[in-house]
Design a protein. Structure first.
Ligand code: DAV
Length: 371
């Protein structure tokens, strides 16, 4: 049955089929959280964010919200239904029997928390203490979908305990250096231990019957095994990108654009021994264009490679951040129509165009692209 804007239906099997319904995050009340093990491991050693925490400056929140609202309107004008989360009070501490942290993170970016696979939306375990309750920002929407769509499966992965046993203390040092970090990444020695299953939704890419999951800081092997058991009809593949000294989230590293074509970050190439399924099935993996910027914007966790954190609207159309001229040019050469979106001033809130969205509905069914 064709999609209708009057009827809520949750369904999305991949990253590229025609997008009909999406969640766009909000910058409301976003905080820079206090120090904690997994978060500190990701903040670059030379970052302006080291050693400070608290609510983000109001003018940056207002500016990011302006851009996110404009992006939502741009999508609506193209006929996409857009929903927005409802912000909780992120200044509230998180206290469980196992840990305490003095504030939360925000309701950006939804892609980190919500994994849509077919008719299911799964709340990820998360691996930062400050993000333990982040799903609450999306509960009003998930409740609505559950009430309106009788086929919608609302699932939540087991909440992790996040005691100190979840983190390798080696990563807590302030000065590790990129050489050491790269060595550790090559050995698959990340900040999270194998104490219990941990994953962020943004470490997962959906290719129909196949799920490709990055093992790194925010997703451990037990998290990937948990996904494998939870989705028994899927093939779940573990990937690594050893060129990344701060490996969190796959979506500034490996970006499928349409069946047969993936952009790969040239500093974080997929190792030869993990390319088999793509090569055997004639998929092309091409180096992404260089970012247009040499540094991320102020108070930003992410690298300049948010340039390739694009949102595919359909297999011929892609949203690219407006200042990322090299990435836009490459998309054009690859035969994609580019929709420019101004978002750079919202990057500090947790990411780019893919990050700040979560799929609710895309056309298409679950296909086997790697038979
Ligand atoms: O390159 O810093 C950012 C991914 C955000 N979801 C990076 C990864």
């Amino acid at each position: 049955m064709a999609w209708s804007p009057d009827k809520t239906e949750v369904k999305s099997w991949n990253e590229w089929d025609t997008l009909r319904h999406v969640i766009v995050g909000r910058a409301d009340d976003c905080h820079i959280p206090p120090e904690e093990p997994a978060l500190d491991a990701k903040v670059p050693e030379d970052s302006d964010m080291r050693g400070q925490w608290g609510r983000r400056p109001q003018e940056t929140i207002d500016r990011a919200n302006e851009l996110l609202d404009n992006f939502a309107d741009q999508l609506r004008k193209r006929g996409v239904r857009v929903d927005r989360p409802v912000s909780i009070d992120h200044s509230q501490p998180v206290t469980t029997p196992d840990f305490h942290t003095d504030s939360q993170f925000g309701c950006m970016p939804p892609r980190d928390v919500l994994l849509t696979v077919g008719h299911e939306m799964l709340e990820a375990t998360m691996s930062y203490r400050c993000r333990w309750f982040e799903y609450l920002n999306y509960r009003p929407l998930l409740k609505q979908y559950w009430e309106e769509d009788p086929n919608f499966r609302h699932e939540a992965a087991p909440k992790p305990r996040l005691t100190d046993a979840d983190y390798h203390p080696d990563y807590l040092s302030e000065k590790i250096g990129d050489a050491k970090r790269l060595e550790w990444a090559a050995e698959k020695f990340f900040v999270t231990t194998e104490e219990e299953p941990l994953f962020d939704a943004a470490d997962v890419l959906r290719f129909g019957k196949d799920l490709v999951v990055q093992h790194g800081f925010t997703t451990n092997l037990k998290g990937i095994e948990w996904l494998r058991r939870h989705f028994p009809d899927h093939r779940v593949h573990t990937v690594n990108f050893p060129g990344d000294p701060y490996p969190i989230h796959i979506d500034a590293t490996f970006t499928p654009l349409r069946p047969g074509l993936i952009l790969n970050n040239p500093q974080r190439r997929l190792p030869e021994d993990q390319r088999g399924m793509f090569e055997k099935n004639g998929w092309e993996i091409v180096d992404a264009a260089q970012p247009a910027h040499n540094t991320p914007p102020p108070l930003c966790y992410s690298s300049t490679w948010l340039s390739m954190n694009v949102l595919v609207l359909d297999p011929k159309t892609v949203c690219v951040e407006k200042s990322e001229v090299y990435q836009a040019e490459q998309m054009d050469k690859l035969g994609m129509e580019v929709v420019e979106v101004d978002l750079r001033d919202a990057y500090a809130f947790g990411g780019g165009l893919h990050c700040c969205t979560a799929d609710v509905y895309r056309d298409g069914e679950c296909e086997d692209y790697f038979p």
